[in-house]
Design a protein around this ligand. Structure first.
Ligand code: GLV
Ligand code: MN
Ligand code: MN
Ligand code: MN
Length: 414
């Protein structure tokens, strides 16, 4: 591998300007972003991104799931491109950095190479993956998973949001149903820069996380059904209150996660009373469960414990319970050679770093199934993410983009 060109750096102030310019698409009064995948705001930021890539001389394409690709040719067109990027969609109460940083730092890498007149051996490919967040359409990271062959395109196109709109309809609505077949592009390696979304780097005063892998994720849809009845006349001991069943389940889930501490985390992020009314005992509640752990065995054990708890609660409270696992992503180890390349770049640039496991899901975890993949983390304030107050410093974003630049150069010229 060629040693890093220590003198080359990204333009940190240009990167910072693009982060704040694009934050206007779906910007919220609290300073965050609400840019759900395939929304009008997502369409607008995609248009901005396409135009910026074209202005940087990149060859732009879109696949049938709306994923945007921007290619910078290399000297050896026969080599599969070294790919990098992330996602431009956000949570409904998202911040300015989750996903956005990885895409815009990738754009900054392309711009910096152009400015320096540097050609690479392998082509470079910048990617904006559709629906990383999984908030509007499940599962998360669906386009990269389809690219890696985990789902068919037809399956993903037929997924619907809470309003009944399909992925196919949403893509057509914003003009991003592309021509390229999903997965058609060869990818030689994939590197993703992202904020850590957790507290470790900040607590240890480190600039770079060298990500060794991503933890496992299991998503569930659940329903508890009891009986709707009069809030004023139904004695407490005759009720079949679905919400109370869910309340017990939520506390059981916390106990189960704590029993597998510190690794396992369990979240009930959506909970809806089917026909809510102040003076009706809740008859049906629908809920989601997000369960994560770095070990597949713990993921499975915690799932079994959740199911047992749900069965016990439902039986005792005379409720009917349903729990469907709609997604399982096994823990993913990243490619040791690529992880080393990230570490080498961080070291050569003089940035304090450590190895780390990702608690969040990332498109890189899907790409790892078909190509060597790795990630670079930078700290975020108080470890907060999936929140409008999410924040990262310009210095750390620049450092992450520099590590991305030198990792990509080493891979493309190695
Ligand atoms: C998406 O951001 C996830 O990690 O769940
Ligand atoms: Mn993200
Ligand atoms: Mn996210
Ligand atoms: Mn994520």
């Amino acid at each position: 591998m060629t040693p890093p060109r220590h003198n080359l750096r990204v333009d940190g102030s240009r990167l910072w300007a693009t982060i704040h310019e694009t934050a206007a698409f779906g910007g919220t009064p609290a300073g965050g972003i609400n840019r759900l995948t395939l929304s009008r705001e997502d369409g607008a930021v995609r248009d901005w991104f396409r135009d910026a890539c074209l202005a940087a001389g990149l060859e732009v394409g879109t696949d049938a799931l709306g994923t945007q690709f921007a290619l910078r040719p290399g000297r050896d067109g026969a080599r599969p491109p070294i790919a990098f990027g992330s996602h431009l969609d956000t949570q409904p109460t998202g911040g300015r950095f989750d996903g956005v940083l990885g895409v815009l730092a990738g754009l900054e890498v392309m711009r910096s190479l152009n400015d320096a007149g540097i050609e690479t051996e392998a082509p470079l490919l910048l990617v904006n993956w559709t629906n990383e967040e999984g908030s509007r359409f499940a599962p998360a990271m669906m386009a990269s998973a389809a690219h890696a062959g985990e789902f068919t395109t037809a399956d993903i196109l037929s997924r619907r949001d809470a309003a009944g709109i399909s992925v196919a309809e949403a893509l057509a609505e914003i003009g991003y149903a592309g021509e390229e077949p999903v997965g058609a592009r060869a990818i030689g390696a994939f590197v993703e820069l992202h904020i850590e979304q957790g507290p470790i780097l900040e607590a240890e005063a480190l600039t770079i996380g060298v990500v060794e892998g991503g933890q496992g994720i299991a998503w569930f849809d659940g329903t508890l059904t009891g009986f709707e009845s009069h809030a004023g006349t139904t004695p407490m001991n005759r009720r079949r209150d679905a919400l109370l069943g869910l309340a017990e389940l939520a506390l059981a889930a916390e106990r189960i996660a704590l029993a597998h501490a510190p690794s396992a985390v369990i979240t009930i992020g959506e909970a809806v009373i089917a026909a809510p009314s102040r003076n009706v005992v809740p008859g049906t509640v629908r809920f989601t469960i997000d369960l994560r752990d770095p070990q597949a065995a713990t993921l499975d054990a915690a799932e079994a414990e959740l199911r047992a708890a749900l069965g016990e609660i439902a039986g005792r409270r005379r409720l009917e319970a349903e729990l469907t696992r709609i997604w399982r992503k096994a823990p993913v180890p990243f490619d040791p050679r690529l992880v080393d390349a990230v570490e080498t770049a961080a070291g050569a640039l003089g940035h304090p770093h450590r190895r780390i496991i990702s608690g969040a899901g990332h498109d890189a975890c899907n790409l790892a199934g078909i190509a060597p993949a790795a990630m670079i983390f930078v700290p975020c304030r108080d470890g907060i993410s999936h929140n409008e107050t999410e924040s990262a410093t310009p210095e750390d974003c620049t450092a992450g983009a520099d590590v991305l630049l030198h990792t990509v150069l080493a891979l493309a010229n190695g």
